[in-house]
Design a binder for this molecule. Structure first.
Ligand SMILES: Cc1cc2nc3c(=O)[nH]c(=O)nc-3n(C[C@H](O)[C@H](O)[C@H](O)COP(=O)(O)OP(=O)(O)OC[C@H]3O[C@@H](n4cnc5c(N)ncnc54)[C@H](O)[C@@H]3O)c2cc1C
Length: 187
């Protein structure tokens, strides 16, 4: 068991990585974080403490990505398999079943709380900033192009997400500044 400084119950002994269990858990995180990225972040934080600058672990929004054979996935923020009543999702799946995008947002206010991507990559720094700033689903969809990480010549799917947005939020449409219709945003 460790606290937010990775300190065990023995002075001068720290634990990080897969073997570390936070007690209490860091706000918004699980007590055990068993992925490579968090292991590195643990190391950076505890190194500061050991070097004399006592630093609490403040990881920000959760993220992870991996590749199993040909299938890549990414997670940013909180995406539960069964979202509770306060959360709704925009969900798009490619007809070939190989790609999907799920964006979770609070029903009240529309703040985006998480992204789950299968077979598609979004930019970590963009999603992280949206989550930290409590960005609305409208702003995220409007600026979705900024999150796209896939290299040139890959298919883009912003238009499909925009259409889904308009199905759910017909009362609050996204228009282009120049009034050329919303699809102009993605040309
Ligand atoms: C199959 C698999 C797939 C994974 N895929 C991903 C992924 O896609 N993305 C991701 O982010 N994470 C992934 N992970 C998790 C990631 O590998 C771990 O979170 C990360 O390696 C943990 O780092 P660590 O340094 O805490 O522990 P480890 O990497 O387990 O390092 C601990 C080291 O301590 C050594 N050791 C143990 N006991 C002793 C002892 N008594 N004396 C000396 N040395 C000892 C071990 O041999 C080992 O080298 C995966 C893990 C597994 C098992």
């Amino acid at each position: 068991m460790i606290n937010e400084y990775f300190e065990t119950n023995i002075p001068g002994v720290y634990a990080i990585g897969d073997c570390a269990q936070f007690d209490p858990p860091i706000a918004g995180r699980k007590p055990v974080e068993q992925v490579w990225y968090t292991g590195r972040m643990h190391g950076e934080a505890v190194a500061k403490t050991i070097c004399g600058q006592r630093t609490a672990y403040r990881p920000g929004p959760w993220f992870n990505s991996a590749k199993f054979f040909d299938m890549e996935y990414q997670v940013y923020g909180d995406i539960n398999a069964k979202p509770d009543d306060t959360v709704d999702c925009l969900y798009w799946q490619h007809e070939d079943g190989q790609k999907s995008i799920r964006i979770a947002y609070e029903k009240a206010g529309g703040t985006v709380v998480g992204f789950n991507l299968m077979g598609i990559r979004y930019r970590h720094e963009v999603c992280d900033q949206w989550l930290r700033q409590g960005t609305s689903i409208k702003e995220v969809i409007k600026n979705l192009k900024k999150a796209n990480f896939d290299p040139e010549f890959f298919d883009r799917h912003e238009k499909q997400l925009l259409e889904l947005y308009h199905e759910k939020f017909s009362h609050d449409p996204i228009e282009s500044k120049h009034n050329h219709g919303f699809l102009a945003l993605f040309n």
